[in-house]
Ligand binder design. Structure first.
Ligand code: NAD
Length: 491
């Protein structure tokens, strides 16, 4: 099996490997605490980088506060902020391949997947640059007897950005690009499993010449994250991660009525209607039910098929899943690599066990991949005859595990799709796009695709129910970083 692919450490600067980015400076750590990066492919320790502590959070929030309260950033013309965002995008483009390899090495994202998706992060900076240039940040409204109020959309202030390990660059870019376009200053705490993406992004920000203190980046674990969210200097926390952590963060923010955005877990359903083209539905459902080994929040992990079509569907679906290329994520042909961490591996194997015990029918997979060597590989797994009440149908597994659930008719399909504490994404497969749209409107989730699964920077993304609060992407993503002020002008 593969050897460690982390063979490009020399391409990482001394700053990225040894420092944090605080107040426009590369800052040496105040403690000897390290984050250990373990290869999911070989289970070897690849690299250690400093972990930020409360001391760095204090420095960073002070710098961000000063940059917001006294610095030029919130008062620049939005077009000028847009120009900075374009410079960041152009610096990112120079490092495109490195961003993909860093994602691949840290958590085992297949290199084809990472290479395909890194441009989305760059596109987010360009999209929000465009919005900064064109958005109406003030408007006039008439009231009463011809009087005028000016409604100004102002930056919300200093924002804490907390992001997970699964898509570290893209998820940070959603938040950072929108927050900067709005005129906010930020402290970003990337996850301890993936510190490098954000530090590479800090290099881009530094090269783009943003004023000191506007962006501060300090990778650290949960405890430091907990310290950060309780700092009263933050006007807003924007979080992407698990629903459990999201609840703790919402509770902490509620104490001081700090604004909060939460992008949380999902258990999204793909409804395959009887008129669907099964072959092309399966071509979409296979990759999107387990993208990056199912470690993506919007994965279509519940596949709803009518009882009438179940046998034919299952036969084709299982064959397609069994033909997925599982292996070394550094190889371009690999579609499914290992899970990101030992913790993820144990969690997913635990759910597979539970599925079998609760009586779901294991159609394929269910075991660790026999690599003869090491690595956190789990076979792509399909459970059939899953009851919507089973644990594997209700909880987010975050692994390559799909539950195929039978439905009686359309009403039943909608009832099952909505029978979830989550409400993130979903898909409807049908030959009739308008029928698909009508179904989509009845599914209680933030996103639904008809005959596919699409996420685009210009379109809002986010969850209903316990999948979150607020939206990222689109103009909605910009508004998440704006407060609204009404100024009544003299009549
Ligand atoms: P996690 O919640 O364990 O950690 C996410 C981040 O929050 C990390 O940086 C972590 O250090 C920090 N953190 C954890 N607890 C905290 C606390 N109490 N206070 C402050 N910070 C805290 O999640 P994870 O395992 O890294 O990521 C997987 C989860 O993220 C899944 O549930 C997935 O669905 C979700 N996710 C959601 C989206 C979305 O857009 N909706 C996108 C990607 C991932």
């Amino acid at each position: 099996m593969p050897e460690s692919r982390f063979n490009f450490q020399s391409e990482l600067s001394d700053n990225v490997r040894n420092r944090f980015y605080i107040d426009g400076q590369w800052t040496a750590p105040s403690t000897a605490q390290k984050l250990s990066l373990v290869s999911p492919v070989t289970e070897e320790l690849m690299l250690q980088v400093p972990e930020a502590s409360a001391t760095e959070v204090d420095l960073a929030v002070k710098a961000a506060r000063k940059a917001f309260d006294e610095g030029p950033w919130p008062h620049l013309a939005p077009q000028e902020r847009g120009a900075y965002l374009r410079k960041i995008a152009s610096e990112m483009r120079k490092r495109e391949s490195l961003f993909a390899r860093v994602w691949n090495a840290q958590v085992g994202a297949p290199i084809s997947f990472a290479t395909y998706l890194v441009p989305t992060a760059i596109a987010l900076f360009e999209y929000y640059a465009g919005l900064a240039e064109t958005h109406e940040f003030t408007e006039e409204r008439q009231y009463g007897d011809g009087a005028v109020a000016r409604v100004a959309h102002e930056p919300v202030g200093v924002v804490g950005l907390i992001t997970p390990w699964n898509a570290p660059l893209i998820l940070l870019s959603y938040k950072l690009a929108a927050a900067l376009a709005a005129g906010c200053t930020v402290v970003s705490k990337p996850s301890p499993e993936t510190p490098l993406d954000a530090l590479l992004l800090a290099e881009c920000i530094d090269a783009a010449g943003l004023p000191a203190g506007v962006v501060n980046i300090l990778p650290a674990g949960r405890e430091v994250g907990d310290y950060l969210i309780h700092r009263p200097e933050f006007d807003k926390i924007s979080f992407t991660g698990s629903t459990a952590a999201g609840k703790a963060i919402a509770a902490a923010c509620s104490e001081r009525i700090a604004r909060v955005n939460l992008e949380l877990g999902g258990k999204s359903a793909a409804i395959v209607l009887d008129d669907a083209d099964i072959g092309s539905a399966i071509q979409t459902i296979v990759p999107f039910s387990m993208p990056f080994s199912g470690q993506i929040c919007f994965s279509l992990t519940r596949v709803l098929v009518s009882r009438k079509n179940m046998d034919a569907f299952l036969e084709a679906f299982v064959a397609a899943v069994e033909s997925v290329n599982v292996g070394d994520p550094a190889k371009p042909e690999t579609q499914i690599g290992p899970l990101a961490t030992r913790r993820q591996f144990d969690r997913v194997m635990g759910y597979i066990d539970k599925g079998v015990k609760e009586g779901a029918v294991l159609k394929t997979g269910g075991k660790a991949v026999d690599t003869q060597e090491r690595g956190y590989y789990v076979q792509p797994t399909v459970f059939a005859n899953v009851d919507p009440g089973m644990t594997i149908a209700r909880e987010e597994i975050f692994g390559p595990v799909v539950c195929v659930i039978p439905y009686e008719d359309e009403e039943d399909a909608i009832r099952i799709a909505n029978d979830s504490s989550y409400g993130l994404s979903g898909a409807v497969f049908t030959r009739d796009a308008e029928r698909g749209y009508k179904m989509a409107r009845r599914i209680r989730t933030g996103n639904v695709s008809v005959n596919g699964l699409v996420v685009d920077p210009g379109i809002p993304f986010g969850g209903y129910k316990q999948s979150g609060v607020g939206r990222q992407g689109g103009v909605e993503g910009l508004k998440a970083y704006l407060e609204c002020k009404a100024v009544y002008m003299p009549a």
